[in-house]
Design a protein around this ligand. Sequence first.
Ligand code: SF4
Length: 205
Amino acid sequence: MPEEPIDPTLQSKVITGLVKLSQVLKSQAWKGATPQKLTPTQGNILRQLKAEPQGLTLSQLALQQGITLATTSDAVTMLVKKQLVKKIRHPLDGRQLQLTLTPLGEQEAEKTSEWTGFLMEAVGTLEPAEQAILLQTLLKLIQVLQQQGQIAPVQMCFTCAFFQPNVYDDPQSAHHCHFLGGPLQLAQLQIDCADHRAIELPVLR
Ligand code: SF4
């Protein structure tokens, strides 16, 4: 079958859309910028803990965030070091530790919510399947930019030695993770995975 010709006007419309998004992101990031330099995972954890003032255990947090225990533990360690999160004894079971925000963490969570809240709302208007396809498309773009040396390495599925693409017929769950030992739904693709093992990327000429 002949390949479809590339439509230059379609490409330029995509670029225009991305530029418009980057402009709004830049202006919002400027408004919400803080000296803490949080990663997206750390910001998400702060927002999650803000929504659960009674505190969460590490495994509850990992479950609610949809990330591994190891990723959650690494992010929490950094947040404790930054004095944004503290560990307290569970009120009903003294053997268990719970995570809550410090007063500084409360302030930081407020700022990170302002920073991404508008985008979260916009993305939330998309169907879950549309969000998953958008995630996959963004990861593909990040991979190309990483190959071109335009972006710092990202611990995502597409650059991971455990990732095997297009193993299954289901378009919503086509890929396989050898670390987890099972199929990955599009919505489960990771962008900041503690279990990531980097592969050598080919140098583009
Ligand atoms: S280990 Fe993490 S980054 Fe690697 S394929 Fe599995 S989920 Fe993706």
